[in-house]
Design a protein around this ligand. Structure first.
Ligand SMILES: [Ca+2]
Ligand SMILES: [Ca+2]
Ligand SMILES: [Ca+2]
Ligand SMILES: [Ca+2]
Length: 394
């Protein structure tokens, strides 16, 4: 779920990044742009977390001033990765100043590897963000984003493994909430009706990355959960139940974008085995063998080619005893042509095994070019680094 940690999975404490050069423009091919002088990352400041530190961080405008703040989340997963209890929340601005704190800081309660069910979202549509999280018994807590003061608690019918917000009614507000468990059930609630249960599914593949998208343009989001696309009312529109579906095999990540400008979205899917690209009707455009595809992203990575490309990261097998598994990264065209992979790059042997990455929009001031931010490591202590491009110079 975008939610999934994923989903904002990029929520690592250390925002140190390596950038793959990628520039783009319109859907038509165009000559490569010259490197922009204003696109060089510059460290503005680094904030060392205090005893509230964690590698689980959510970003959002908590206080409504138009600037992003960070919400540092400590969690206890001693009951299992799918039994995460949020123990401390600390809202800080990007200078590191603590705005509010709920719970008791404990440096033992850092990232546990699960899909932490906490998000920043304006769930009631009043223009002010809330902090929304769950406990293992599906008790939903809603805090005022500005103060941390509790606004509401609701006992839900089920679910406890990341949160996703969608607009299933076409109201223009994402007020329906999807909650899953690991790995076979999910529930859809309506926050506009005091979290009434709208529908749910049992014994399905939920994976780690449910996503909402209006595939047919009627203003209402469809839901892609696991390998099935659901209509807003829960009807199954298409499915790929043949994809990996044991406990170790599931939908690990998804990205949905129109790659060729025909008005219909394509779907890049990490199945935790192969890398897959689907069209909006669920037709397989390509399926590339990979050991354990963990992430899938679509962006404008090659300016000399028309359209967008799909980027996948797989965690491959270790070469032998004592050696670490390596991340295999690959970029494909919509038709499945391999454009690039990291194994042929300089210093490829230094590549690690982490599979976290995110598509960066508007880094250079050009909204039509994308960069990829790839994690090179996770801070053990947890700290926040704010980067921005340096000022343009003439
Ligand atoms: Ca703010
Ligand atoms: Ca609100
Ligand atoms: Ca729709
Ligand atoms: Ca398309």
């Amino acid at each position: 779920m975008q939610s999934c940690d994923r989903k904002s999975r990029l929520a690592s404490g250390a925002l140190v990044a390596s950038l793959l050069v990628a520039v783009g423009g319109t859907y038509a091919a165009e000559p490569p742009a010259l490197p922009r002088r204003d696109s060089v990352p510059k460290l503005l400041h680094a904030t060392e977390f205090g005893d509230y530190g964690s590698s689980v961080v959510r970003f959002g405008d908590l206080n409504g001033d138009g600037q992003i703040e960070a919400l540092v989340v400590q969690e206890d997963a001693s009951g299992g990765q799918n039994q995460i209890v949020v123990t401390c929340l600390t809202a800080i601005d990007l200078e590191g100043k603590i705005l509010w704190q709920v719970g008791k800081p404990d440096r033992r309660n850092v990232w546990t590897g699960g899909d932490t069910p906490i998000q920043i979202h304006d769930i009631d549509g009043d223009g002010q963000a809330e902090v929304i999280y769950q406990d293992p018994k599906s008790l939903l807590t809603i805090l005022d984003g500005k103060t941390g003061k509790q606004k509401k608690q609701i006992q839900l019918a089920g679910g406890h493994d990341c949160l996703l917000f969608a607009d299933l009614n076409g109201s223009g507000r994402a007020q329906q909430m999807v909650v899953k468990d690991r790995y076979s059930n999910f529930w859809v609630y309506d926050a506009a009706q005091d979290f009434k249960l709208l529908w749910s599914k049992e014994k399905v593949i939920t994976g780690h990355y449910p996503i909402n998208f209006d595939f047919n343009g009627d203003g209402k989001d469809e839901l892609l959960v696991g390998y099935r696309l659901y209509a807003p009312d829960g009807k199954i529109l298409w499915s790929h139940d043949e994809f990996p579906s044991n406990r170790e095999g599931h939908n690990d990540a998804v990205d949905v974008k129109d790659m060729d400008g025909d008005g219909r979205a394509e779907i890049a899917l990490a199945t935790s085995e192969d890398a897959v690209l689907l069209d909006a009707d669920g037709k397989i455009l390509f399926r590339k063998p990979m050991h354990h595809t963990q992430h899938a992203m679509i962006g404008r990575f090659r300016p000399d080619l028309p359209g967008k490309q799909a980027f996948y990261i797989s965690r491959e097998d270790a070469a032998g005893p004592g050696s670490s598994p390596k991340a295999l990264e690959a970029i494909y065209t919509k038709s499945g042509e391999l454009l690039w992979d990291n194994t042929k790059q300089k210093d490829a042997e230094k590549d690690g095994w982490l599979t976290q990455a995110v598509v960066v929009e508007n880094w250079s001031g050009n909204p039509k070019e994308n960069f990829l931010r790839k994690s090179t490591g996770i801070s053990r202590t947890g700290h926040l680094r704010a980067l921005r491009r340096s000022k343009a110079s003439c």
